[in-house]
Ligand binder design. Structure first.
Ligand SMILES: [Zn+2]
Length: 343
């Protein structure tokens, strides 16, 4: 990728200027001033935050926020209502709805600009008008052009992670190589993905599968399929968190003694999946495997005290995973999402 496009010097300076490192060695996140190009108030204010992991510069960018209502059966599909309500009430969370944010991440590693997940497709005909599809506008607001992106790492093939790739005729990121794990690519392009463990209605999962197959096949000439243990970029660990989908990955970015886990879809909500990681998620292709992956990575992240960035967690989605034992208001042993405030 030596001939990869590079960001302008002005942008490099902007990237560096807002970043900071805490004395504890944790990654600090700097708030951005509002940036507008017109005197009229924007329909959707720019929403991005810069951060650093050692020398690796990053930006988390909002693609928007949706809502899941009612909560069951999508989240906590097999939870007893009373148990779910105890967890929700304890966290001052509404019982009838859950927010669902979409937070792709951009990393500058060496000369590469690596975008982790492409977000949702923007609503046709009226960009900026809907709850999602704001990634490109926020990239531009952060001083990065879509054509500057040299690589995309796709955590998995759901529409809220690949819809924003665009189309074969009009790719959103025309210069980016697209990395997706082999099991993930194979699952969606097989023509007969195994949904025998899925809790989703057949129409929903079949529609999802058809869209993913078409989009991945459209982009196949630019896709590099990787083994889950592979090293794609220095300082980037690929973690197998299959279950949500067969080739779902999470990432740990490491540099200069600091680390950040880019969680992907291991947790869609900051209360439910943490309070009881065994509760099933209807979006998981294999909900039991999804729970196993969740418990395994939560255990590691809690032990290592790793800073985490959650794709679907409330903006700006930085936090930590803390172990909780039953009692003191917690119905059962599990975990808690502890936000890492902006500093
Ligand atoms: Zn997702």
């Amino acid at each position: 990728m030596s001939n990869a496009p590079r960001v302008a010097r002005r942008d490099l300076l902007r990237w560096g200027a807002a970043a900071a490192i805490l004395p504890s060695g944790a990654v600090a996140v700097a708030a951005d001033p509002p940036a507008t190009t017109s005197s009229a108030p924007p329909a959707n204010p720019p929403r991005f935050e810069r951060f650093k992991v050692g020398a690796i510069e990053g930006i988390v960018l909002s693609d928007g926020t949706g809502q899941v209502s009612p909560i069951q059966p999508t989240f906590g599909a097999d939870a007893k209502v009373d148990d779910l309500n105890v967890a929700l009430d304890r966290a001052f969370h509404p019982r009838d709805r859950a927010s669902l944010a979409f937070n792709p991440v951009l990393l500058r590693i060496g000369t590469d600009l690596v975008l982790v997940d492409a977000g949702n497709a923007a609503p046709a005909g009226a960009p900026g008008s809907g709850p999602v599809g704001h990634l490109v506008a926020n990239l531009r607001a952060a001083g990065v052009k879509p054509e500057d992106i040299t690589a995309l790492i796709i955590t998995h093939g759901h529409g809220d992670h690949i819809g924003g790739l665009g189309t074969k005729a009009a790719p959103t990121y025309p210069n980016a190589k697209i990395f997706i794990s082999k099991p993930e690519y194979d699952f969606w392009t097989s023509g007969a993905p195994d949904f025998s463990r899925s809790l989703l209605p057949p129409d929903t999962r079949n529609g999802m599968a058809a869209a993913a197959k078409k989009q991945l096949e459209d982009f196949t000439p630019r896709i590099e399929r990787f083994d889950v243990g592979a090293t794609l970029f220095p300082g980037l660990e690929i973690i197998d968190t299959n279950g949500h989908t067969p080739g779902h990955i999470s990432l740990v970015v490491e540099d200069g003694g600091q680390s950040l886990c880019v969680l992907g879809d291991v947790a869609h909500n900051h209360v439910i999946m943490f309070a009881n990681p065994d509760w099933k998620v209807a979006f998981d292709t294999d909900p039991t495997a999804g729970a196993t992956a969740r418990k395994k990575i939560f255990d590691r992240l809690a032990s290592d005290r790793t800073l985490v960035l959650g794709y679907h967690l409330p903006w700006p989605a930085f936090g930590h995973v803390r172990r909780v034992t039953a009692g003191n208001g917690a119905a059962s042993s599990g975990y808690e999402w502890v936000i890492a405030p902006l500093v």
